[in-house]
Design a protein around this ligand. Structure first.
Ligand code: MSP
Length: 513
């Protein structure tokens, strides 16, 4: 049976509506997933929501609601945003679903039977927003070392998972599989974290302190720690213990995309949980950086939120996708500002791409009554662009192999800019004045239209809405595959094309301004 490429986003906490950081991960995964489907691969793309834990219990209480009722108000916000952003996922898992809770219980029973779980007493410091325990030594000036917020002193009985049993195995696994953690700088970080002995992981919370969680099997006083619960989603959604056929098609996951702040959970705790469960380890964990604004991480708790819904309303979905995919090299932090977005919108989208399409369609209307002309063999005229067009897709593929959508877009934009240059150099408006140059004009226009077709195809995984718009204007089916990205000459001479509307309309200038 063929393995399906299985990729996942983290499950987002539903303490508040989604922001730019969440949308970034989903846009990345959507692009990776579209890219592979485009090449004909079977893909399964999972996203969802993480609904238990202290954070959600706290906010629900503040709103005077039960956690159950509160999460129902937030989950649709995530689903609506994914719809607006054109995120084509195959499954959306919620940790409050029965299919997930059942698997969490099953996993814990398995681990208990293996002797990897024990009951102990915990004394130390606790950070509620991060849901993390800290020893006095780990605190940073008395605060949580991760989020720098106040911590509480606690002492309680809990269940622990023997991470330490598997530390040497994990270090060997990471060294033997150099592609497991990406990028390499993050792999180094994890290996250096693993140079110190791992403390066992506290995987329960006493109900009298935190009641909103999955009941801990065998204890009526505890619920499961939210991170332990949430990580299991990747197998519960894949059909573990419920649908063996599906599970064997999907598992191990090919790619977990996560933010750098949750890499340790995915590259240390999760593989150890799977090892203890006797399951295969995911092939790759890819950590991206943070979106910041004026130097600070964009976050719900800091309140410096960029609301994707507002940005999309102003600039459109594809401008937002383009900005996020293009602005940073994956793995690095990116700085968000509306000015930066506006600059990309104006220069790359409206000027380079929008104008090219509009102009080329306009000339066809004027010179060939909106019909694709026959490409008269005039190699001198059309060879440069034609030759270049065939080198674009291999560059895009090579960049995507490296999880580098920014370079992929750069390769496409180099071609777009050269197509504009081709218009300037070949001067169709001059050729049009000379009846003796009709053949040259036809060759130029055919070349330009083939370039537009290719651009629409190249853009498909990245800017799906724009891709479809251009294809429709060309009167071509919107279903495309990557085979169409590496051939020249698919446009039929004599075929009519539609009208072109501005792809990235600029806001009307305010006459009073
Ligand atoms: N619920 C956990 C994940 C469980 S996965 C089994 C969680 N949720 S979260 O909502 O706080 O964060 C989800 C993801 O959003 C993380 O990958 C995090 O890195 C990402 N981002 C949150 N703020 C971000 C930015 N400002 N920039 C980029 N991504 C950031 O953690």
């Amino acid at each position: 049976m063929n393995k399906t490429y299985y990729l996942t986003t983290p499950l987002y906490y539903v303490n508040d509506k989604p922001h730019i950081g969440h949308s970034y991960t989903n846009i990345l995964c959507d692009t990776f997933s579209r890219f592979r489907r485009f090449k004909g691969e079977a893909v399964y793309f999972l996203t969802g929501t993480d609904e238990h834990g202290g954070k959600i219990e706290k906010i629900a209480k503040e709103k005077g609601q039960t956690p159950e009722a509160y999460v129902e108000t937030i989950v649709p916000r995530f689903k609506d945003l994914w719809k607006q952003l054109g995120i084509e996922y195959d499954d959306f898992i919620r940790t409050t679903e029965e299919r997930h809770k059942r698997v969490v219980g099953k996993v814990l029973i398995h681990l208990q039977a293996k002797g990897d779980i024990y009951k102990g007493s915990y004394k130390g410091w606790y950070c509620t927003p991060c849901e993390s325990f800290w020893t006095a030594l780990q605190l940073a000036e008395g605060k949580c070392p991760d989020c720098k917020r106040a911590v509480q002193k606690i002492e309680e009985d809990n269940f622990f998972f023997k991470l330490s049993n598997y530390q040497p195995w994990l270090v060997n696994h990471i060294k033997a599989n150099p592609d497991f953690v990406h990028p390499a700088s993050r792999k180094k970080e994890i290996l250096s974290f693993l140079e110190n002995p791992l403390e066992d992981l506290c995987i329960s919370r006493p109900k009298n302190r935190l009641g909103w969680g999955i009941p801990f099997p065998g204890s009526s006083d505890h619920v499961v720690y939210v991170w332990f619960d949430a990580l299991i989603n990747y197998i519960s959604a894949a059909g573990y213990g419920a649908d063996d056929g599906k599970f064997s098609r999907l598992w191990p996951a090919d790619l977990h995309v996560v933010g750098k702040d949750i890499l340790r959970q995915h590259a240390v705790y999760w593989p150890i949980m799977l090892k203890s469960l006797d399951l295969a380890i995911p092939r790759k964990v890819l950590a991206h950086g943070w979106w910041t604004m004026e130097g600070a991480k964009v976050s719900k708790s800091l309140g410096n939120i960029v609301d994707p819904v507002e940005v999309i309303a102003e600039y459109g979905v594809d401008a937002y996708r383009y900005f996020l995919l293009h602005e940073v090299t994956l793995g690095f932090d990116g700085s968000y500002s509306e000015e930066a977005l506006l600059e990309r919108f104006t220069n790359d989208l409206a000027n380079d791409l929008g104008n090219l399409v509009h102009r080329v369609f306009g000339m066809l209307g004027k010179y060939f009554e909106e019909k694709i002309p026959s490409p008269v063999e005039k190699d001198g005229i059309r060879n440069s662009l034609r030759k270049e067009s065939l080198s674009v897709w291999p560059k895009v593929e090579a960049a995507m192999e490296e999880f580098d959508p920014r370079s992929a877009l750069e390769a496409i934009w180099a071609f777009i800019r050269n197509s504009n240059k081709f218009v300037e150099d070949s001067k169709p408006w001059v050729l049009a004045k000379d009846p003796g140059k009709r053949g040259d004009l036809a060759a130029v226009m055919y070349t330009l239209f083939e370039s537009l077709r290719l651009i629409a195809v190249f853009l498909h995984p990245f800017l799906p809405e724009t891709s479809v718009k251009i294809l429709k204007e060309l009167n071509l089916p919107e279903m495309v595959s990557s085979t169409q990205a590496s051939v020249w000459g698919l446009l039929e001479p004599g075929a009519s094309v539609g009208k072109s509307e501005p792809l990235f309309p600029k806001e009307e200038e305010d006459p009073g301004a």
